[in-house]
Design a protein around this ligand. Sequence first.
Ligand SMILES: Nc1nc2c(ncn2[C@@H]2O[C@H](COP(=O)(O)OP(=O)(O)OP(=O)(O)O)[C@@H](O)[C@H]2O)c(=O)[nH]1
Ligand SMILES: [Zn+2]
Length: 350
Amino acid sequence: MLTHTLADLGWSAHFMQQLDIEALETLQPMRVSAVHRDRLEAIGTAGPAALTLPGGQETGAYAIGDWLMVEPETLRVITLLDRATTLARRAAGTDARQQLLAANVDVMFITTSCNADFNPRRLERYLALAEQAGITPVLVMTKADGCAGTEAREDWRARGEALMPGLAVQLLDARDPAQVAPLTDWWRKGQTAVLLGSSGVGKSTLANTLCGGAQGTGGIREDDAKGRHTTTRRDFLRASHGGWLIDTPGLRALRLQAAEEGIDAVFSDVAELAEQCRFSDCRHEGEPGCAVQAAIAEGRLEADRLRRWQKLRAEDRRNSETIAEARHRDRQFGKIVREAMRERDRRGKS
Ligand SMILES: Nc1nc2c(ncn2[C@@H]2O[C@H](COP(=O)(O)OP(=O)(O)OP(=O)(O)O)[C@@H](O)[C@H]2O)c(=O)[nH]1
Ligand SMILES: [Zn+2]
């Protein structure tokens, strides 16, 4: 059986410093590799294990990639360590609760193709998400083999690089291991990456090339309890260079929320200009002394980029407001419940 050191699994000072000597001597760190409704799967230096939760706890509070301190004999989860990074999304429908998708992610491979899939608005959303979460984004542009010549390739690269100042961009054929290998420049041994991108851009192909055929697209075949073959998807994959890839369906299409700082990081060129406007509440719509409009007039900034920044900020504000409103509603509901209980107590006493 393949065993890993803690460093192989992504352990770092961030987690170490949360522990005292006693915890280090008596408990064992393990990393969550799968979250099921009733149990967790995790990997430690002694290998993989299924873990039980302390009485009555649900697995919803845990995410793939989490670090836990576990009692070695009983395999009981004792503590969940503070995350270095968190990826979450709003639960479906009107429910504004957060659904955890992945924890302790270092790199986000934002995947698009050198064709009509390339959509700045969508890609900027993903970039803002990464920036907001403190995860390094890398733009992976697949199907570069379809480009007609070097000029076309460089054209695509330039379009990728224009999405955010300083963005790392990699053009490649997702099926070719040699072209995929440079991604490890941003994704070292023990580090954890996620794949984001729309359907058909080559995420499964990329996962396959990165992690070796068996673990990618179709999942692995396992015998279930009745001896049947079942194909299970694995969401926590080990790449050949020793990095980890979290590839869960929920992650593949994330929506933006409460990401104002992330958005401004992606549009730092526009945000910096906006700070130089004469009026601090400048709407950049023709007010005097508008540095943004001046930059557009001088050809230093694309007018489209300003529009996309404004739209994204507005969208984020809308989504974030609904969360705040939902929290308010929850508090109101809690108040009603407490009042009802007090009323019941009063009646009980009289
Ligand atoms: N020529 C070429 N084809 C590619 C490349 N990457 C992916 N493909 C092909 O594109 C198709 C879609 O790739 P997938 O890996 O299934 O895409 P996906 O992003 O996983 O799609 P979903 O599972 O729907 O999210 C497949 O036929 C791949 O073989 C590439 O870099 N070059
Ligand atoms: Zn302005």
